[in-house]
Design a binder for this molecule. Structure first.
Ligand code: EPU
Length: 341
């Protein structure tokens, strides 16, 4: 950190040693609205921070960081559904565990994902066969330029694979305040993902899935409290069926899934097959149990992570002719920047 007033090292799960000029921790929806109301969005960069679990800080931010720490879960129900209204600063993982414990089902596949509830809609978090959009009812946010509080229905959020309106038309214009969930009381387990498929669907409970997902995540994904990371660093790339057929000739055991717009390849498999699993470069590296995850072995800077990401992208492109896209957001000196491998 050079010449900035506040360290952000403990606020980004990669543990990168960057800072910012001002840091405000906002612990209620009212205080977030009050901050946004008077904030001049033209004056200097603003970074809205939830759990910091999907961010790569490539530099010190010459601007303000607001850390969203609002809390509160309101429950209501009718004959068909549980409705939850959850403050943006609630910890996602704790929220999911608490719902499963109370017998409110539907979130169990999304257990143990780091980050906050308010960050979940931005990239439409997903795991083990369920994406956030499946459980989302609405998202409420403050619009920084219009100075209004607005609620979008799940359909209006334009969710896609690790994508939403908050990464596109509304990029960097909103601060998410609350998220609404709608969970059916006629629960159906989602167990189509490989390691969940041996369950007996007649007797299975949401808690069984929750426990299994926690076990899988703990065995494969590094705990950010122990080793800095942002989960998947790359998205699973979608290629044309023609491209997939050509690759299959060279790599018959390639992992792939049919999707609407082509064939989705496993980026982890590509990186692994490119010989980079466990690869180290200075203070950073590719995780040795899941090649989709880049890690900070201690004391890394944003530049080291960027260089490693570029190296991984170039190596995969060279070997397979497939371009990887990064999953986390990159934040530079003046705010969000694009990553160009
Ligand atoms: N694979 C390898 N080597 C590796 C990693 C994966 O060969 O080093 C193979 C696996 O054997 C498997 C395939 O690649 O056949 C897919 O791997 P996995 O099931 O672990 O899932 P993923 O595609 O690597 C995605 C999400 C994860 C999510 C899991 C489970 C993305 C970018 N990632 O990973 O999300 O937990 O599926 O649903 O879609 C995250 O976004 O941060 C995240 C962890």
């Amino acid at each position: 950190m050079s010449g900035t007033a506040h360290s952000l090292t403990e606020f980004n799960t990669l543990g990168l040693m960057q800072g910012c000029q001002q840091l405000q921790r906002l612990n209620s929806t009212e205080s977030i609205i009050e901050f946004c109301r008077v904030y001049d969005s033209q004056s200097q960069p603003l970074l809205v921070l939830g759990g910091g679990s999907n961010l790569v800080l490539t530099d010190d931010l010459e601007g303000t960081v607001i850390k969203i720490e609002s809390k509160g879960i309101c429950l209501s129900e009718d004959n068909e559904y549980h409705y939850l209204s959850v403050a943006a600063g609630e910890d996602w993982s704790r929220f999911v565990a608490s719902m499963v414990n109370q017998g409110i089902n539907g979130l169990e596949n999304l257990a143990l994902i780091p980050g906050t509830v308010g960050a979940a809609p931005i990239q439409n978090i997903g795991a083990y066969g369920v994406e956030f959009e499946k459980v989302c009812d609405w998202v409420e946010f403050y619009h920084l330029q219009h100075k209004t509080v607005t609620r979008l229905t799940a359909a209006e959020c334009q969710f896609g694979y690790r994508d939403s309106i908050f990464k596109n038309a509304l990029k960097n214009q909103t601060v998410i305040l609350r998220v609404g969930f709608k969970l059916t009381k006629h629960w159906q387990p989602v167990v189509n993902y490989g390691p969940l498929s041996d369950f007996n669907v007649k007797t299975i409970t949401a808690n069984d899935i929750f426990k299994r997902v926690c076990e899988i995540r703990q065995s494969k994904l590094p705990d950010p409290k122990v080793i800095g990371n942002v989960g998947s660093f790359f998205k699973n790339p979608v290629v044309s069926t023609e491209c997939h057929q050509n690759l299959l000739k060279r790599y018959p055991d390639m992992v792939a899934y049919l999707v609407d717009n082509g064939v989705k390849l496993a980026a982890g498999w590509l990186i692994d097959q490119a010989g980079l699993k466990g690869y180290k470069q200075g203070n950073v590296g590719v995780h040795d149990k899941q090649a989709l995850v880049l890690v900070n072995h201690g004391g890394a800077t944003g530049t080291e992570i960027v260089n490693l990401a570029s190296y991984v992208t170039a190596t995969v492109l060279d070997k397979f002719g497939v371009e990887l896209e990064v999953e986390p957001r990159f934040i530079g000196k003046h705010g969000e920047i694009e990553f160009h491998g």
